[in-house]
Design a protein around this ligand. Structure first.
Ligand SMILES: [Zn+2]
Ligand SMILES: [Zn+2]
Length: 251
């Protein structure tokens, strides 16, 4: 089932009153400093935009991570590991500030911060995402117990926002999390990948879905995106791309 998200119908004056009342009761807070955002209507403080470490070129041709020189095609991780996804795009380098913002989203239920991130992803990465010519956006699923505890899946909230803005349908049925992953710390990369692959199941994939963009909040070693790619490809998806808010160094 493909869920196509379209912006909600405007509800005229009642909607305006409702949103004004909500603004007074719950003023929007900044995803970086957590203070009330000024000017009204903005999604982030103007100063805080500059505090984020935006990904700059040159970047790895595979994962979109910053590399130190134009002459370097692939980052260290991509040059040594086999990648079956096509390529991906990332918005912000993961640092302490990014970590605090993400923790607030995940553990303090600040899902509205994702409005800023999905808008920024479309503004800065939109062209690249559209060039992937994807049939669907597929959020990386979380296990149902985590979904119940948190109340939402941040990757799905993000995919939903991007879907609305870029007009690419979101699909939440072709990729599922079948079980919780066991702690990965002591596993080598190959064992980690195997462990992760077993955590996801895919299918059935409708015939019109040939190319997909996996959406997640963060990319570190790439093992989650790689595991999802392998599972989707074995279920018949031809090309898998990805887009994330944050990209960090492998652990
Ligand atoms: Zn701020
Ligand atoms: Zn790379």
């Amino acid at each position: 089932m493909v869920e196509k998200y379209v912006p909600r119908q405007a509800g005229g004056i009642f909607r305006d009153i409702k949103s004004a009342a909500l603004d007074i009761l719950f003023p929007r807070r900044c995803p970086v400093c957590f203070q009330i955002v000024l000017p009204k209507g903005a999604l982030i403080c103007p100063d805080c935009i500059r505090k984020l470490s935006w990904v700059r070129r040159p970047t790895c041709k595979k994962c979109g991570k910053e590399v130190i020189a134009d002459t370097i095609e692939y980052c260290f991780d991509c040059s040594k590991g086999r990648r079956t996804f096509e390529w991906g795009a990332a918005l912000i380098n993961y640092d302490e500030r990014a970590g605090r913002s993400m923790a607030a989203i995940k553990y303090k239920n600040k899902r509205e911060y994702l409005d800023f991130y999905s808008e920024a992803m479309c503004r800065k990465l939109g062209k690249r995402l559209l060039s992937m010519k994807a049939d669907a956006l597929v959020p990386v699923p979380v296990h149902s117990s985590r979904m119940r505890a948190r109340g939402f899946n941040q990757a799905q909230e993000l995919a939903c926002g991007i879907s609305q803005k870029l007009g690419i349908p979101m699909d939440t049925s072709i990729l599922k999390r079948s079980r919780k992953t066991v702690p990965q710390k002591n596993l080598d990369p190959a064992a980690r990948l195997k462990n992760l692959e077993q955590a996801f199941t895919a299918g059935p994939v409708p015939p019109h879905i040939r190319r997909v963009i996996l959406i997640d909040d963060i990319y570190t070693t790439g093992s989650t995106i790689e595991a999802c790619t392998r599972v989707l490809r074995s279920a018949g998806v031809e090309k898998v791309y990805f887009a994330v808010i944050f990209i960090g160094n492998g652990q």
